[in-house]
Design a protein around this ligand. Structure first.
Ligand SMILES: Nc1ncnc2c1ncn2[C@@H]1O[C@H](COP(=O)(O)OP(=O)(O)OP(=O)(O)O)[C@@H](O)[C@H]1O
Length: 281
């Protein structure tokens, strides 16, 4: 049973075994409606495997994955198995494995800002446009839960910010829960309600601040962790982006600071590029 009523998904001691080894074990996590939970961890730490268990593509070999059978899930996989030698329009991509009305497909493309690309060949899309198309595909059936496996891959920094902003907007509009996999520690820590750090098992989890401060996280990410923590503590209220806009702690982006914003940047942090270099991989 899932309780309280707002809990969409729960993994209890979930583990997946394949090819004679445990890919990941002992995963406990919940995603509530309206919440963004982010999985972080080094390459091969079991993030995608956990996402696959969460959405039902992979069955747990131990523990349990509990979700309401009626739960609608939208999934953006890390990789797509498509024969790219064949032409494929965005519109066709939208309906590749799900039955979707033309109107719903068009509405979803509009929602992510690429309605004009419905007839374009997927191969001609930029990295950001492709990720938006994948997002449109995932939200078209108005999911309760979105599972996004590295949704900003192949996207440049300002595109990343725009995509995270869009994801945050979608959460607000659909009122869905989101399980996100991301390597971008800086943005994750600013825009996430809860973080689960994996390393073949759950290494640490909790609020972004508690994860940043945990010795396990620091051991795993080393200097990068310390830099992210320093940034987070100093700029936890808001961060100035390279294009001059302001990323707030709740993940929203505005043109300027709010009058009641707290920490402002010190003289060394006037360029967003530096911040990103410090806080990112
Ligand atoms: N079907 C499979 N059979 C055997 N090993 C697998 C299988 N799927 C994944 N693995 C292995 O399990 C481990 C976890 O993989 P997973 O893709 O979940 O990691 P990840 O944290 O998402 O990595 P990345 O950040 O590189 O995407 C890796 O060592 C991977 O090689």
């Amino acid at each position: 049973m899932l309780s309280p009523a707002q809990t969409l998904l729960r993994l209890e001691d979930a583990g997946r075994y394949a090819s004679g080894k445990w890919l990941v074990r002992g995963v406990d996590l919940t995603v509530d409606r309206g919440e963004i939970v982010t999985l972080i961890g080094p390459n091969g730490s079991g993030k995608s495997t956990t996402a696959k268990m969460a959405c039902g593509i992979a069955r747990p070999d131990e523990g349990r994955v509990i979700r309401d059978p009626a739960l609608r899930i939208g999934y953006v996989p890390q990789k797509l198995s498509v024969d790219w030698t064949l032409p494929l329009t965005v519109s066709r991509l939208m309906r590749l494995t799900v039955s979707l009305s033309k109107a719903d497909a068009e509405a979803a493309l509009k929602e992510v800002g690429i309605a004009h690309l419905a007839g374009a060949d997927v191969q001609t899309l930029s990295g950001g446009e492709f990720q938006r198309a994948m997002l449109a595909r995932a939200i078209a059936r108005k999911p309760d839960l979105l599972i996004l496996d590295e949704p900003v891959q192949g996207v440049d920094f300002s595109g990343e910010i725009a995509l995270y902003e869009l994801i945050s907007e979608i959460r607000g509009r659909l009122g869905c829960g989101i399980l996100l996999i991301s390597h971008d520690l800086h943005v994750v820590m600013a825009a996430t309600d809860s973080v689960v750090c994996l390393n073949g098992h759950v290494c640490c989890k909790g609020s972004p601040k508690s994860v940043l401060e945990s010795p396990e996280y620091r051991r795993l990410f080393g200097g990068r962790a310390a830099a992210t923590l320093a940034l987070y503590e100093h700029h936890h209220d808001h961060t100035h982006l390279p294009d001059g806009r302001v990323l707030h702690a709740d993940g929203t982006v505005t043109a300027h600071c709010h009058p009641d914003d707290g920490h402002h940047h010190g003289p060394d942090a006037t360029t967003g590029q530096k911040e990103r270099g410090e806080g990112d991989a």
